[in-house]
Design a protein around this ligand. Structure first.
Ligand code: ZN
Length: 271
């Protein structure tokens, strides 16, 4: 048996000086409202998958849940209410189809939902919207979440789905290494979620017909930013479903990519 190589003094000092990105983000965000705890992932119980054998014993294959559909802010207030967006209606139908497909393909499904508390920083910019516990913070009827071990709602109080939430840990527990980002808005919350996904080493896919920016914002520019800055693969719902069907027909899996974060976690940046 080979002994684990001890880190050099330089590496130890660098690791000590570089706190976890997740922790520093959380502290910064919580620091804005120290009296109000940040929400945790809620709703449906999730299995803790320790390894492939454990997953198989639970009747699910670890490798089959490596993709997650993330639906950002498809909430009453964002579609019909306080921040209603005329473009949102146009993505409901493609999103419904993709959601049905993701369920049939046994992807993880995440509803990343604003659930604001009074005093949250962005309320000063947008005004009250999707306040926790109100009907405006509920997922629209067309995309209603279901009780399923691979499907959960993840409340947030900032733009990004990973900001101050347990999303990364939940996705890792399911073996997810690719996120399909959908919902609203391409240039704000989807964009910040893409940045969070990039930092944590996820492959990013964005179906252009399942996201939308505000009316008046150039959708192509918003998508181009995701592509050029975060390396997102911009595609369509139809193409995603076609490739998934092809995968099923040929009986093969997507090539499993080793996430960047897992590589870099051996170093200092994410340790
Ligand atoms: Zn918000």
């Amino acid at each position: 048996m080979t002994a684990t190589k001890a880190p050099t003094p330089v590496a130890r000092r660098a690791a000590a000086a570089m706190p976890s990105i997740c922790d520093s983000e959380r502290e910064n965000l919580i620091g804005l409202r120290p009296d109000r705890p940040w929400p945790r992932v809620v709703d449906f119980p999730m299995p803790r998958i320790r390894d492939d054998a454990d997953a198989a014993a639970r009747g699910c294959l670890h490798a089959d849940v490596m993709r997650a559909l993330v639906i950002v802010d498809m909430l009453e207030d964002f579609v019909h209410g306080a921040l209603a967006n005329p473009r949102a209606d146009s993505i409901l139908d493609p999103l419904q189809r993709l959601l049905a497909y993701a369920r049939s393909e046994r992807w993880a499904i995440v509803f990343s939902n604003d659930a604001h508390e009074p005093g949250d920083p962005e309320l000063a910019i947008w005004g009250p919207h999707a306040m926790a516990g109100t009907s405006g913070a509920e997922v629209v009827r067309e995309l209603e979440p279901r009780p399923d071990a691979r499907e959960f709602q993840c409340p947030k109080r900032a733009y990004g789905a990973f900001d101050g939430t347990d999303l990364d840990a939940r996705l890792r527990a399911l073996g997810v290494d690719e996120v399909v980002l959908t919902g609203q808005h391409t240039h704000i919350c989807v964009r910040h979620t893409a940045y969070g996904a990039l930092l944590r080493g996820y492959t990013i896919v964005v179906p252009s017909d399942a996201v939308c920016a505000f009316d008046g914002v150039d959708e192509e520019d918003a998508l181009s930013y995701l592509q050029s800055v975060y390396g997102a693969r911009v595609t369509t719902v139809a193409e995603l479903m076609h490739r998934s069907s092809f995968r099923s027909r040929v009986g093969s899996r997507w090539p499993r990519r080793r996430p960047l974060a897992r590589r870099t976690r051996a170093g200092h940046l994410f340790r």
